[in-house]
Design a protein around this ligand. Structure first.
Ligand code: ZN
Length: 170
């Protein structure tokens, strides 16, 4: 089932999501709904909070990178590389707005899959960027907040072009 995506300026996006204690039918249904919602919006990643559920979970499906649609439950970044990668990010909660953000190029990620099995993966480039963006959502952080103070005016202007109220006080 496609759910409504929570948009910028909704205070729900600033909530810190809580760990998932038990992978039950509610979690499995939520994951299925998140995939439906993400594909309908042509996204490559979606966090549960973006459909209004403050639970530590996100889904991702990156063409030519993830081998299959993936569910990440209680994800934790164990290691981050010193080397950074700059990528023009977007977000389904801020439709139409893209901005270049620098983040660690490689990360080691620990998470539970939908079967509750503990997984560890070493990720790089777009996959690493994607999981960092989604884990930020679980902590109430939006990618535009990673852009640094100097970028705030430019981001407000990009938002206004998409008829979205300015986000930053500059
Ligand atoms: Zn996002």
């Amino acid at each position: 089932m496609i759910r409504k995506i929570v948009l910028l300026h909704n205070p729900v996006l600033k909530k810190k999501s809580a760990p998932i204690e038990k992978i039950d039918d509610a979690v499995r249904t939520l994951a299925a709904d998140m995939f439906d919602t993400m594909y309908a919006a042509n996204g490559i990643g979606l966090a549960a909070i973006q459909v209004g559920e403050p639970r530590r979970m996100f889904v991702a499906d990156i063409p030519e990178i993830t081998k299959e649609p993936m569910v990440f439950i209680n994800p934790v970044i164990r290691e981050s590389s010193k080397s950074k990668m700059v990528y023009e990010e977007g977000c389904l909660s801020i439709p139409g707005v893209k901005y270049k953000i620098g983040r660690p190029k490689k990360v080691v990620l620990e998470f539970l899959d939908l079967e509750g099995k503990k997984q560890e993966m070493e990720l790089q480039d777009l996959f690493a960027i994607c999981v960092q963006h989604e884990i930020d959502h679980l902590d109430g952080i939006l990618f535009i907040e990673r852009a640094g103070l100097k970028a705030r005016k430019a981001i407000n202007e990009l938002l206004e072009e998409k008829d979205i109220k300015p986000y930053f006080k500059v």
